[in-house]
Design a protein around this ligand. Structure first.
Ligand code: GLU
Length: 290
């Protein structure tokens, strides 16, 4: 590998098989990393165990290999990273930046869904969630490499958000920030469905003294009826036994000019030509249909 310093990643949750939308994020993040002469990592985001589908992680990893998208370093699994999340949470709590909260969904609904402060007395019989304290008036701005300037009023629109859930599970926001930092990720390329999580992640990076990577959010893929594809709906799984048609569809959804597949051409050879032709300026800025 070269020493460009670029480190990208693809971080699927094993809530279903790889589908057209996740293949787009995998291919897009791979193209950006390879184009920069950098490394491309894969992380299995298996903290939300109730939503996990047995066997899905193995099938996703198998599919990535079949699509010619090979991770440069050993796969990281969030299920093996509890100690790192615990250390980050304790660090925040020690500095008064995180606090236990017994609010229920109904409490939240009563305050318009935006959490400003725990309205419940501590309940020794019930485990609390742990939330990040978001200071009054907190607004986060960042420049998305594809979508340009973004701003979110995290205080008014999100509030004190959950880092550790009352049901004993790590929240995605905390796990992703700790992992991206520990893996030295310099560039996050992922679906625009996660765009509104990014300000929360930047706030957490600042609270934990971690660097903020670059962000590029790829168009969300819609189905024929204009609904977002989601792996949990098992929509449009891609066929690892026949990778090129799905790769070509993902390539087209990235706005790239059609690239024919020569007879007997391997997936790796096709990907090599795709990489040479890849033009990020053509990536659509709005949701795209397959
Ligand atoms: N695990 C998340 C998902 O599958 C993606 C996380 C990320 O790319 O930051 O939707």
């Amino acid at each position: 590998m070269t020493g460009s310093g670029y480190r990208g990643r693809f971080a699927p949750s094993p809530t279903g098989d790889l589908h057209a939308g996740s293949l787009l994020a995998a291919l897009g993040s791979w193209l950006f990393a390879r184009r920069a002469g950098g490394r491309w990592l894969v992380r299995v985001e298996d903290v939300d165990t109730p939503r996990e589908v047995p066997g899905a992680a193995a099938r996703q990893l198998h599919a990535l290999r079949a699509f010619g998208l090979h991770a440069d370093e050993p796969i990281v699994r969030q299920s093996a990273r509890h100690a790192a999340y615990r250390a980050a949470l304790e660090d925040l709590a020690d500095r008064g930046l995180a606090f236990p909260c017994w609010c229920s969904r109904a409490d939240l609904a009563a305050t318009g869904g935006v959490h400003r402060a725990c309205v419940r007395a501590p309940d020794p019989d019930r485990a609390p969630a742990v939330r990040l304290r978001v200071a009054d008036g907190t607004r986060v701005r960042f420049d998305d490499d594809l979508l340009g300037a973004q701003v979110q009023d995290v205080d008014a629109d999100v509030g004190d958000f959950v880092l550790y859930r009352a049901d004993g599970l790590w929240a995605y926001q905390l796990a992703v920030v700790v992992d991206d930092a520990d893996q030295g990720v310099t560039h996050v390329v992922r679906g625009a469905d996660l765009l509104d999580s990014t300000p929360r992640q930047i706030l957490l990076q600042r609270a934990l003294g971690l660097p903020t990577p670059g962000y590029a959010h790829l168009p969300v893929v819609l189905d024929d009826e204009g609904r977002k594809l989601s792996k949990s709906l098992a929509s449009n799984p891609v066929d690892p036994a026949n990778p090129l048609p799905a790769l070509q569809r993902a390539w087209a959804a990235l706005g790239q000019a059609a690239l024919q597949h020569f007879e007997d051409e391997t997936v790796s050879a096709w990907l090599g030509r795709a990489l040479a032709a890849f033009d990020p300026t053509k990536i659509p800025r709005t949701a795209t249909q397959l």
